[in-house]
Every structure is written in structure tokens, then in C-alpha cells.
Write a protein that binds this ligand. Structure first.
Ligand code: SAM
Length: 258
């Protein structure tokens, strides 16, 4: 019997209806290439495996890795490792053949969700879709529109790279042990119109970090170092970081990288 480990964010899904809805969202098909981050005891893994020919699992907990290796299930590859260090780009490039979408899915450990989402950006051009369960508060920030109080650095950076939908809300009772917070499922599809080079992406990171460095301050202060090159309008100088659209941040990144 596996005892849930807090340090690995182990809250195991129990609710059959929710599990069914998440698997339906992932929409597995035999030729799809799926990697599940943190299979735990297999709430999502087993229904996924009955719909795909091949499934990769990435798990940090040695006991759970041993558990999955003992199962010796057809089509299953178990990788012991830390998702924050894992090379998702090589995985996607190795797995994607002539056909079949590449999807990264998981009920993620909440303590690493933001760094993991940023880590995955580096592989976005090789991945077709991500479906994740996260803390509801984080999903709200990810999908928040400009102008809302939840609009943050995370919103801008992820909306610049992905189209995202919050697709399901999940209460603590759906898990064992129950987390203290609500959860939500988000679907992330890399944007078709993404055209930033690495240099432009770095410029985006810099200008967004500077803009949000002091949330209450006007951009006149936060973007002082960039103001001349960006030729900010009077309106923009008086605005706050959360009032600026993602597309405008992207324009600024392109100007700064030129
Ligand atoms: N998928 C299972 C479910 O829905 O019941 C378990 C989800 S549980 C919230 C998170 C899982 O991620 C656990 O299996 C945990 O051991 C694993 N995990 C935690 N940190 C990880 C990391 N850095 N890399 C890979 N897996 C990790």
C-alpha cells in the first residue's frame, strides 16, 4: 500500500466522473504519443493506456516507478525523473513519427506547477497539446484577460505561447488525500501564429518582468529603462502592467530585440 508523500504533491484522483472527463478531454487514440507527468497510482494512466498503443510515464517517486515497472504492461515506458529536468523536446522529437499527435498530460504536483509550465515552453514547437490539472488559482491566472486583477507575468508569457482554456473545475473531495485548495483542468495548445525568435522571447521575458516588477506602479516607473526605445504613449506611461494586452507586449519585445 503506497502512503501519499506530501513533498511530491501526491493527491490521488478518486472521482470516477472527473477521471472520465479528463481522459475524454485528452481524447486518446491508438497512434497518439502521450507522456503523463506523475502517474501516481494510475487514476489517469490506466484509462489512457486502454486507448493508446504506447504511453510514457515520468515519475519522480522511486516507489511508484518500481510499482509501474512491476506491472509490466504492454505499451508502457516508465521514466524515473524530475519533470523540471526532463528534456520534453527530445522526447517529442523522438516519439513523433509520420502520424500521431504529441500530448503532455498530468495531474501535476502543485508545488512545481509554474516552473514546470515555463520549462515546457522550450518544447512547445514540438508538442501539439497539454492537458493539466493544476491549482484553480494558478489556472485563473494563466487564462486571465488583460485588465483583470489576475493578469500577471504568468498570464502574459503563457498566453504569448499558447491558446488556453479552463475546461473543468475540480473540488478537493475528488482526491485522496484532499488538497486544501480547489483544482482546475486547463487545455493548452501552442499558438499557430507564434513567430518570436529566441532573442525576441528573451526580450519578452525581460520587458514583462520589468513591467510587473511593482504591480501598483505606473509603467513610467517600471519601464523607465525601455521607455525611449518603446516610444510609449502618454496613456501607456500612465498605465499599469495589467492594463497592457499580450499582443502589445509582443510588439514591444520585437522592438527591443531589433
Ligand atoms: N496522476 C495521479 C492521480 O491523478 O491520481 C497522481 C497525481 S499527484 C497530484 C502528482 C504526481 O506527480 C505524483 O505521482 C508525484 O509523485 C509526481 N511528481 C511529483 N513531483 C514530480 C516531479 N518533479 N517530476 C515528476 N513527477 C513528479
Amino acid at each position: 500500500m503506497h502512503r501519499a508523500r506530501k513533498r511530491f504533491g501526491q493527491n490521488f484522483l478518486q472521482d470516477g466522473g472527473i477521471i472520465h472527463s479528463i481522459v475524454a478531454l485528452i481524447n486518446p487514440s491508438p497512434d497518439m504519443h502521450v507522456i503523463e507527468i506523475g502517474p501516481g497510482l494510475g487514476a489517469l494512466t490506466r484509462p489512457l493506456l486502454s486507448n493508446v498503443d504506447q504511453l510514457d510515464l515520468l515519475e519522480i517517486d522511486r516507489d511508484l516507478v518500481a510499482y509501474w515497472n512491476e506491472q509490466d504492461l504492454k505499451g508502457l515506458t516508465v521514466i524515473e525523473g524530475d519533470a523540471l529536468q526532463f528534456d520534453f523536446l527530445s522526447w517529442a522529437q523522438n516519439r513523433s513519427g509520420k502520424s500521431g499527435l504529441c500530448k503532455v498530460v498530468g495531474n501535476l504536483p502543485y508545488n512545481i506547477s509554474s516552473p514546470l509550465l515555463f520549462h515546457l515552453v522550450g518544447a512547445a514547437h514540438a508538442i501539439d497539446e497539454q492537458v493539466f490539472m493544476l491549482q484553480a488559482e494558478v489556472v485563473e491566472r494563466m487564462v486571465a484577460p488583460a485588465g483583470s486583477s489576475d493578469f500577471s507575468r504568468l498570464s502574459v508569457m503563457l498566453q504569448a505561447r499558447y491558446d488556453m482554456d479552463q475546461v473543468l473545475e475540480v473540488p478537493p473531495e475528488a482526491f485522496d488525500p484532499q488538497p486544501k485548495v480547489n483544482s482546475a483542468v486547463v487545455r493548452m495548445i501552442p499558438r499557430q501564429d507564434f513567430d518570436l525568435s529566441n532573442v525576441q522571447w528573451s526580450a519578452l521575458e525581460k520587458v514583462v518582468a520589468a513591467a510587473f516588477s511593482q504591480r501598483r506602479k505606473m509603467l513610467r516607473t517600471n519601464l523607465q529603462a525601455f521607455a525611449d526605445r518603446l516610444k510609449l504613449s502618454e496613456l501607456e506611461l500612465k498605465a499599469r502592467a495589467q492594463d497592457i494586452s499580450v499582443e502589445r507586449y509582443i510588439e514591444w519585445a520585437k522592438i527591443l530585440a531589433a
